[in-house]
Design a protein around this ligand. Sequence first.
Ligand SMILES: *[C@@H]1O[C@H](CO)[C@@H](O)[C@H](O)[C@H]1NC(C)=O
Ligand SMILES: *[C@@H]1O[C@H](CO)[C@@H](O)[C@H](O)[C@H]1NC(C)=O
Ligand SMILES: *[C@@H]1O[C@H](CO)[C@@H](O)[C@H](O)[C@H]1NC(C)=O
Length: 364
Amino acid sequence: MIASDKHSLPFLLQLFILCLLCFIARVEPATKNVSALYVFGDSTVDPGNNNYIDSVFKGNFPPYGRDFANQVPTGRFTNGKLATDFIASYVGLKQENLPPYLYPILSNEELMTGVSFASAGSGFDPLTPTLSNVIPLSKQLEYFKDCKKRLESVLGKQGTENHMEKAVFLISAGTNDFVLNYFTLPIRRKSYTLFNYQHFLTQQVQEFIQGLWEEGARKIAVSGLPPMGCLPMMITFNPNNTYLERGCIDKYSSISRDFNLMLQQELHLMQLNSSYYGAKIYYIDIYEPLTDMIQGHGRLEFEDVDSGCCGTGYIEATFLCNKLSYVCPDPSKYVFWDSIHPTEKAYHNLFMSARSTIDFIINN
Ligand SMILES: *[C@@H]1O[C@H](CO)[C@@H](O)[C@H](O)[C@H]1NC(C)=O
Ligand SMILES: *[C@@H]1O[C@H](CO)[C@@H](O)[C@H](O)[C@H]1NC(C)=O
Ligand SMILES: *[C@@H]1O[C@H](CO)[C@@H](O)[C@H](O)[C@H]1NC(C)=O
């Protein structure tokens, strides 16, 4: 007869927990098969690089960062973490968040496990970052080269090469090329049809990936565009919508879908092209998961899907969302934090939807 102490768990349950622990211990090393995370792009992945440059595109004042401990604004354009922060801790590279490269006192250890070079307001089109005086992708690549030089002094040349082979490079940009640039200003519209502009952007993506590849990057992931017609600011400025009717504008979202298809084709061609020997190039979809959050699909996870939590939610972003703005009581009920950027909750959902792709990238 099995006499069980009343404070101990039943034997079978103990065995079960022990097995579970073994299983977790066995799985763990595989999930850490990645040396670093290096990120490039715009506000969707900028943890605060713009704090250190002369641009009005900043998010380093309240109520940005409201849901961090002590409500500290970091420069992230949301109430808390970005998807890339969740990714960095998920793969075991960071305990807290992914830091901005321009943070003045980064240790070699931080550079070694990953940083973000991204700058809010930037884009694939070299004209886009000039509109708000932010960091172009070409300059982000230069910064990466500087970072690599610093690592070479620690790891040596071969060591750094090995390190880069096991690092993940993530690129997230493109929305500003349309919203701030093509839709807003006549310059590009004069010389490019929409189709030609989309093609031009995918060429810029290709050149940027080539630049990374030449620096030793081998695992490269590019995220697509969100449904641009669902951004609260786009809804507000659509002349066809009445004040009460705030539906997504498919005319703009369909441009995202077209671009995403073109981008996937371009990435696929690069993957097949022997010029990029050894490269694994991935596409990460954010269009579908964001659309799911916005349309609810019966789950009603969010109460507000068409306005931001900050201010009226219709127009405020960057300096218009500030310490004088009204802030909704529970941002986790909102898809959008300001009129352009998702909440931490929405970023967490995007991270969750990309998790199987991330697992695949780090183990292949
Ligand atoms: C780690 O990744 C390499 C390729 O980068 C692969 O060959 C190896 O099998 C992976 N190891 C584990 C434990 O997944
Ligand atoms: C507004 O409506 C007109 C007429 O239906 C249409 O031609 C135009 O494309 C619409 N604009 C937007 C931004 O959806
Ligand atoms: C492969 O890439 C090189 C370098 O970008 C390019 O010149 C060449 O046209 C590409 N080949 C194909 C088949 O796309």
